[in-house]
Design a protein around this ligand. Sequence first.
Ligand SMILES: [Zn+2]
Ligand SMILES: [Zn+2]
Length: 828
Amino acid sequence: MKEKYDFQEVEKKWQGRWAAENLYVVPDFSDRPKYYCLEMFPYPSGKLHMGHVRNYSIGDVVARFKTMEGYHVLHPMGWDAFGLPAENAAIKHGGIHPADWTGDNIDNMREQLKQLGISYDWNREVATCHPEYYRWTQWLFLQLFHQGLAYKKQAAVNWCTDCATVLANEQVKDGSCERCGAPVEKRELAQWFFKITDYAERLLKDIDLLGGWPDKVKIMQEHWIGRSEGTEIDFKVVGHDEVITVFTTRPDTIFGVTYMVLAPEHPLVEKLVAGTGREAEIKEFVRNVSNMSEIDRTSNEIEKIGLPTGAYCINPVNGEKVPVLIGNYVLLEYGTGCVMGVAAHDQRDFEFAKKYDFPIRVVIQPPGEDLDPAAMEGAYEEEGVLVNSEQFDGMPNTEAIKAITEYLEQKGWGRFRVNFRLRDWLISRQRYWGAPIPIVYCERCGTVPVPESELPVLLPREVEFRPTGQSPLAECPEFVNTVCPACGGPAKRETDTMDTFMCSSWYYFRYTSPRETAGPWDKAKVDRWLPVDQYIGGVEHAILHLLYSRFFTKVLYDLKLVSVQEPFTNLLTQGMVLKDGTKMSKSKGNVISPEDIVARYGADTARLFILFAAPPERDLEWSDQGVEGCYRFLNRVWRLVAPLADKIKSAADDAPRAKQVGANREMLRVTHGTIKKVTDDIGARFNFNTAVSAIMELVNALYQYKELPETDRDQGVLREAIDALLLLLAPFAPHITEEIWEATGHTGSIHSQPWPVYDELAIKEEEITIVVQTNGKVRERLLVPAGLSADALREKVLGEPRVQQLIEGKKLVKVIPVPDKLVNIVIK
Ligand SMILES: [Zn+2]
Ligand SMILES: [Zn+2]
């Protein structure tokens, strides 16, 4: 073994050898239990950032640990390769084709990942922009289309002015584009949707199956799906053939309705105001409100503004005529896009009624009270007993919810209804760099799916990328003009491409059979590997990718294409990498490049620092001293073993543990205690940081042990301790441990070795009896752990109550500890 740790030489050597020996190539099947470890695949932006390094280092420790534990581990990597940045780069730099830009970036990033020594099976690499992949993305679209789960409709959709494309609801954050931050407008467009709402109930219910997911992610999904139970009630419009259907969770207040408010975008509005002469005024109002963000419109602070339509509707339960308004605080997307105004029992309605002078009618009285509408200062929203409600008077309102709903159902005026906040997933995008939607429009046959045998519908290469608000593909006649697969007549292709979240909703199935050509995957292989046992990625995907993947898996389960109902058994959302307390970003100038760190200290140091600096789910503060510290630690490990390597090589295979006493026994105890702690920390809790500290303590103990005279230490004990150290450190620092493993006489990769097992007996502290003297006279005999140092022994003995009694009230002159034998206390 060389005297000095040369990380460049070591890392290059082993990366080459691992590749040549296919160390990380995983067979499809094995008798061992399977373990699928997956990190969210990256967008190939060109270079890895520290967040990536963190994500993949965590995954790599898990994959290597599970492999050593005896599992058959799948650990693949690929590229979420379609998407806007490639197209924007093409527009900006002119001349670089998105396909070339993406391909170059993938090559760079793959090289960087290899330099980090991550244990990926590169034979399974996929890129979603390759025709052999997106052929199956299109095939899956067709399966959904045939199930009635993919449909096109005209709708008011979210339009990002900067990205020049529509967005899904999930991609709009606080009224802005989740990707670029630009404001989002509403546009009326015909778009393709996936009917994720058909799965709302199951997506919600099966959150119960996600025991291995963080609570915060489950709560976010639950909230996004937003289930509520209530009653739909029909109000006939006076003088029209129309019905206003309202969804309410408070049918018990139906007798208290004094007005009705529609969302300004409600489809009835135009009909109701037609011919009233107020069309222009209403149109202006609708336009203004539509441009407000959803957050603003539903905020409590915003002023609630209403405008009468001039129309009236009839409350079915009492036949009363109530005015119909439009209001800025009512959203078309919630419920049925209207609310019944019950001023006495809803605070928002109360404020609105006060402002516009609508009657306030009490229909629920609090126990033992008599509310006076004129004196009320706010709505009464608590429980009570019904009044002014005809045959329901005197009934507790909690019972009336059910009773009134049943009454409405009997009369045909309403019905029980479960409502969801979740809306269908808008998947078409007006951009070039995505998978074309495999649909053809024929004048005679209408909307015709492309036959599966004609897939993939290839993206044409020569296209003008400048965004115009419609897909660049629309300006490519060779792409657009085609033949109808049904009648052979002239037809036009759909020119929108698919949301890249579609590509990433199924990639984890593809890894199981990445080169399959007869289908998107081989069923036996998918059944072998799915579900993913451990998924690791950023919490920013809590709704988007993770919800879409769950939806996709359920659809595929129903189609009998997969056998699991949930794709990811356990989820770890890692924290961010911060510098000076904020997220690393170019604009803040606080970016640390992984390339620089690897060049300066090596991949093992970079990985070790990232895993040691914080528990995985917490944010990690970058620290140059921390990196230096990890580098020094690896050097310390090297210098510990280098002079001993030859001796260890020739040491006996196993140290006779039971016979060891004194320092040898203590060294064994520390070794096995460390094995136990590191195994628990990684296996049970992913506490990589505390696992690394335990390994560091083992190294300290080994340095002390090494200093003992050679006659006092056992070569077998030393070898056992160093072997354990290397094996425990291997998942964190795979190169240096592999090098030392070889140098200390082992054959076969350290990464294929079984994980060390601790010996319960070795952990138990050995105890011996020592003598306590005062002024040379034997006073006590005490049982203490064997092998205590002089200082530890002194402290231990002075802390004993019986010894404290001996010296109470005396002056302590001197304490003379003799390890493992006696302590003499000189007192006056
Ligand atoms: Zn945008
Ligand atoms: Zn046709």
